[in-house]
Design a protein around this ligand. Structure first.
Ligand SMILES: [Zn+2]
Length: 201
């Protein structure tokens, strides 16, 4: 995948095995598909989710994203349990990192979407869900995990864009929302403005 084999590239390769990240707890989701041939995985999409909304205990999100939602009894969860969605990663409030789909496969997180001149962002993006409520704040531990993960993704995949669900599906989606600190996320990665949506910082 990489053109050169610098020590950094080789270190990055040891952290990844068939699209699975060594530092994530793996919980396989059946909700994935093959990526189309020949597309560069150049986009990271940041989301927020909590189930039921605002509840940060229990395993409802992981169960939902891995097709196990029917094991939980709750009116809201019951209303969404048949949706087949997923993400590559889920970052809990305390920073715990869970991976549900290999980054070499397509997770179903973006829906109808358009970004950097291309539609169907699921095809060539990596989806990361932060445990939280859109518009609300996220925990420092979540930024730490997100930043470490994205730094490794940047070494292993040809990532050129990092954006929120709200930026790839404007008008339809609002996550992660105003509480997400794009400026400090950008600074933690040391990336230029061209990697990020045009935001009023
Ligand atoms: Zn989302």
């Amino acid at each position: 995948m990489s053109k050169t084999s610098s020590p950094t590239d080789m270190a990055a390769q040891r952290l990844w095995s068939n699209g699975w990240y060594k530092f994530a707890k793996r919980v396989d989701s059946p909700h994935f598909g093959a990526r189309p041939e020949g597309l560069a995985i150049d986009l990271v999409v940041v989301h927020s989710i909590s189930l039921p909304p605002g509840v940060y205990t229990g395993d409802a999100v992981v169960n939902f994203l891995t097709g196990q939602a029917q094991t939980i009894e709750h009116p809201y969860l019951d209303s969404i349990k048949d949706l087949k969605v997923s993400a590559h990663f889920f970052i809990r409030r305390q920073g715990e990192l869970i991976q549900m789909v290999s980054c070499d496969d397509k997770a179903w997180h973006a829906g109808v979407s358009h970004y950097r001149g291309r539609d169907q962002c699921n095809d060539d993006s990596i989806g990361i869900e932060l445990e939280g409520l859109e518009g609300q704040d996220f925990e420092p531990e979540q930024y730490e995990t997100l930043s470490g993960l994205c730094a490794s993704l940047l070494q292993h995949y040809p990532i050129e864009h990092l954006a929120g669900h709200e930026h790839i599906a404007p008008g339809r989606k609002k996550d992660p929302g105003e509480g997400f600190l794009w400026g400090s996320f950008q600074r933690s990665l040391g990336l230029g403005d061209a990697f990020f949506p045009d935001l009023k910082k």
